[in-house]
Design a protein around this ligand. Structure first.
Ligand code: AMP
Ligand code: ZN
Length: 139
């Protein structure tokens, strides 16, 4: 992979000209972050919120979202790399806290639906974390 400075400058410029707002007043997950819609919390810090899915597929099924409004994985750029790294590293900690059994006999599924053909319904980037004893309702 080319790691020349010009590549990073390209991504930085792309991020700087991306006018995606940090908050979308019409977005259901932004409303959940703002506590305008109730949810059952799993975890919260300055940058992330995790909450139980309202229609779980599995005994454990929670959603982990960045608090800033990133519509989907399709809008993630190098400018988000630190944020995405922290989001990824939260998954194993929160999965165990939420009741997934330890790897390798336990484990979980990590899913990020992206766009219409990816099956995304809520346009605020999120990780589904699903686990617990089989069978599951779906998946
Ligand atoms: P996706 O299809 O990947 O966009 O997933 C959206 C997920 O959000 C679905 O699994 C829904 O059940 C879940 N969901 C939608 N509204 C809420 C809500 N108000 N609280 C919790 N989960 C929700
Ligand atoms: Zn949002």
């Amino acid at each position: 992979m080319d790691k020349s400075p010009s590549v990073y400058l390209f991504h930085f410029r792309a991020a700087m000209t991306d006018h995606t707002p940090d908050h979308d007043p019409h977005c259901v997950f932004c409303k959940i972050v703002a506590k305008q819609i109730p949810s059952r919390p799993v975890f919260e810090d300055d940058d992330f919120y995790a909450f139980h899915d309202i229609a779980p597929w599995a005994p454990v099924h929670f959603l982990l979202i960045p608090k800033i409004h990133i519509p989907s994985m399709a809008q993630v750029t190098q400018a988000h790399s630190a944020l995405m790294g922290r989001m990824m590293a939260l998954v194993p900690v929160l999965a165990l806290q939420a009741g997934c059994r330890p790897y390798p006999d336990g484990g979980y599924r990590l899913v990020t639906n992206t766009g219409v053909e990816g099956g995304q319904e809520v346009r605020h980037m999120h990780f589904h974390v699903m686990g617990g004893p089989r069978p599951w309702l779906r998946g």
